[in-house]
Every structure is written in C-alpha cells, then in structure tokens.
Design a protein around this ligand. Sequence first.
Ligand code: SF4
Ligand code: FES
Length: 381
Amino acid sequence: MTQVSTTQAGPRIKVPMAMLAELTHRCPLACPYCSNPVDMVGRSGELSTQEWTNVFRQAADLGVLHLHLSGGEPAARPDLEELVAASTEAELYSNLITSGVGLTAARLEKLAANGLDHLQLSLQGIDHETADLYGGYRGGFDKKIAVAGWTVALGLPLTINAVMHRHNLPTLDRMIDLAVELGARRLEVATVQFHGWAEKNKAALMPTREQVQKAGETVHAARLRLKGVLVIDYVPADYYATYPKACMGGWASTSLNVAPDGQVLPCHAAPTIPWLTFDNVRERPLKEIWTHSEAFNSFRGDEWMQEPCRSCARKAVDFGGCRCQAMALAGDAAATDPACSKSPLHADLLAAAEVASGTRDADLIYRRMATPKQLARTQNA
Ligand code: SF4
Ligand code: FES
C-alpha cells in the first residue's frame, strides 16, 4: 500500500482507504442496538454543507477512495443531495448508509443523478411486526421495502444490513431470503456489538451461544446455496469466539471517522477511551490529523502492545482486537481484547455473556437524543 509519510520513530503510516462521515446523529428510528454515543451531537453542532464539502476534498487529497455517508440517519440532512454531489465532485465512491426513512422516490432519483454509487439499507426484522418493534418506528418496514425497490429500479447496487441479536436471530434464514427477494447484491449479517447506546441493552440483546453457533452454520449454508446471487458478509459475535475481530483493520490503519461536529476519530467508539484527545476538522487539516494526532498515533503499529499480544503470532492478523472493548472490559485500552481466549479476562467475559443471554426480563431501552434542555441540565450538574 502507498505510504503517506513516516513518523520520526514510530510505524509507517498508510493512506486511509475509507472515511465514514457521520453527517448527523439525528434519526427517526430508535434502535436499541445503536452504536452512536450516548451523548449525541445536536443539529446546531453539525458541520455545515460547506464544511463537509471541504472535508470531502481533503479526504480525497489524503488518498481516501470510499466515502460512507452515515449517521444517525443521513437523510435527516436536507442538504444530502448537495453532499452527494460534493462527494462526486471530489471523485470519491459514495455509499449511503440509511434506514430508508426520510427518502422518497424523488430524493433517491436526485441522489442517483448527483452520482451516488451505492446504497446500504438497514433491516431490523423480516416483517412489519418485528422490524418496527426493533427499529422503534411504526411504518418503517413498508418504507424500507419501497426504498429497496426504488434503489434497484434506478440500477444502484443495494446492500442490506441486518444487525442480529437474541430476538431476531431465529429469523436469520428468512432475512437472507428477503435480501435476495429485494434484489440486494450483498447482505451484511452483523451480530450486535455492545458499543455506544447498545451497551445499555446487553442483557436484552445478548445472543445465546447456541444461537451464535447456528447463525454461523446458516451463513455458511447460504453462502454455498447463493453463490453468484448474493454475497454475504458476516460479523460473528466475538464474545463467544476464540480470537477477537481485527477491529477497524487495525487502529488508524485503513479508515477514519468524522463525527457530526467535525471531531476526527480512529473509530466510532474511540471517545470511550477517556485519556485520548481528538482533533477537529474545524481547527486542523485532515491530513495533519491522520498523520500526527495523538489519538491516531496512540495504537499504531505494535509498540504499545502488552503480553500476550506482544509475542503472539496473530498480532499482525487481529492487531490485539478492539481497543474500545479492551477499555470497556479490562479498563485498559492497551490490554489484550478480552474476546481473545489468551486474555486472562476471557473466562469472565464468557461467563458474563452467558448470564446476559439468559436474562429473560430485560426491557429494550430505545435510543433517544437528549433534548437541549436535558443537555444543559447535565452540563450544569
Ligand atoms: Fe490477537 Fe493478542 Fe489474542 Fe494474539 S493474544 S490472538 S494478538 S488478541
Ligand atoms: Fe474502537 Fe474497536 S470500536 S477499536
């Protein structure tokens, strides 16, 4: 891969392939598994059209190829069409990650005309009852089916994204069939990860070990059956796995996130690491942030690793797992991710997952943004 620069003594820095632009945290849905932070950015804090346009240009100059337009719900931004045009102008490949709510046939036509390259649509369930329940939005399922139809009719490639948890995993087979019926080329089956808001719903959403094992078998069989029809990406539940996932493809290695207020993050959960500080595109050029910022350089390479990662043969495969999960579960962002079977905390993690998955009376806590009044009260407290 191309190198942009070297730090004075540290590891070589690669060009990022992708940038996730969280255009807004606002969203009409209220999914309990949302990975947005609990303290969300309100509308008044969001970057303007001009500021985002400038960020897209800087990203392209830095070498970014793929721009993921996300949120919250990006269609909550009335300037989404302009932002897609700006992405096209910067010669970025644009992927709209959407719940579908907020899009109309006319808006989608305009987005396609402005150069949108790909659409990724979330599905929370396989029918009205389950999709609207787990998305916390009545009428959402019908809207999603309509958006899928408009997308395919416009010739845009469609990916369905399905976050699976204890309540909807029994319907995974039907979810796969539905993706085919909707004309998707790709399905992303993502087992719920407990970052951000989702952390509040661990007991309500944690799948059982048997469910996770069955999901792996279902995906394997479907991949064979649907070869040439549907590509299935699968993010398994790492709490029951032997090794952790290579989170973000390695910290500050292949991609970066820009939050609605312009904060530049190595991953969406990075602000949960309390001692890290983050730069903002309103104050510092993107290239400088990627190359020199403290947050991005904290876990680059492998100098920061502790045992057992430091001397492990897999450290170039999974990079020690997820820094944010290590922070949450081990209290140390540089520790081995407890999802790894070599971590001294792995047995505790497994036991906690088993207990959570056996909880029967946990209510779903739906995602919601604090009102400006509530925010002011928290800040003054
Ligand atoms: Fe990965 Fe570290 Fe576990 Fe080795 S010890 S498999 S590098 S997380
Ligand atoms: Fe932050 Fe995995 S979510 S490193």
